[in-house]
Design a protein around this ligand. Structure first.
Ligand code: IMP
Ligand code: MG
Length: 185
């Protein structure tokens, strides 16, 4: 049976085994860097969920997790405007905690720029960013990224947490969307 997602897939950009190998490396690095620190992983919903759950299983140090959900106010759903609304805030204060944001992808940078401004005002002991994917060419605001899984080209991707109209987040790999299907949309 042909899987539903296959018609949307132009190419498999990052296969599942490469994702897992890189996440293992990131987990080891973070475990060293945050040794003896009170680490809170802050996952940005929903795209970061698969990355979070795989990354935390690679950590050898104690840590907690929390979630935040935001939505951007944009006419065009695939373009970030930089105006972000908090749909779900953290459950706890972050003052004096070492917060590591776990994000699926950084594109223009507007979303994280906004989130980090809000969080910094809450006076965490430290605030760093770990993103699985970095679409570096598309950056409009400068965001210091502390941990990057992969720098990817300017293509719309889906799978492994990232959605295509809210679907296919479950795919174990990162795929490039077949844009031919969206011409004239
Ligand atoms: P930014 O504010 O432009 O950096 O937007 C980041 C957000 O846009 C990400 O958290 C994703 O939700 C979404 N996004 C950007 N590029 C892609 C993509 O190629 N596939 C799926 N979602 C994307
Ligand atoms: Mg996201």
């Amino acid at each position: 049976m042909t899987e539903l997602w296959e018609k949307y897939l132009a190419e498999e950009l990052i296969p599942a085994d490469r994702l897992q190998t890189r996440i293992e490396e990131l987990g080891q690095q973070i475990s060293v860097d945050y040794r003896d620190k009170d680490l809170l992983l802050l996952c940005i919903l929903k795209g970061g969920v698969l990355f979070l759950t795989d990354l935390m299983r690679q950590l050898s140090i104690p840590h907690e997790i929390d979630f935040m959900a935001v939505s951007s106010y944009g006419k065009e759903v695939r373009e970030s405007t930089g105006v972000v609304r908090i749909l779900k805030d953290l459950d706890q204060p972050i003052e004096n905690r070492h917060v590591l944001i776990v994000e699926d992808i950084i594109d223009s940078g507007h979303t994280l720029n906004y989130i980090t401004r809000i969080l910094r005002a809450r006076l965490p002991a430290s605030l760093k960013i770990c993103t699985l994917l970095d679409k570096a060419e598309r950056r409009e605001v400068d965001i210091p990224i502390d941990y990057t899984g992969f720098v990817i080209p300017n293509k719309f991707v889906f799978g492994y947490g990232l959605d295509l109209d809210e679907k296919f987040r479950n795919l174990p790999f990162i795929g490039v969307v077949n844009t031919d299907l969206f011409v004239g949309e």
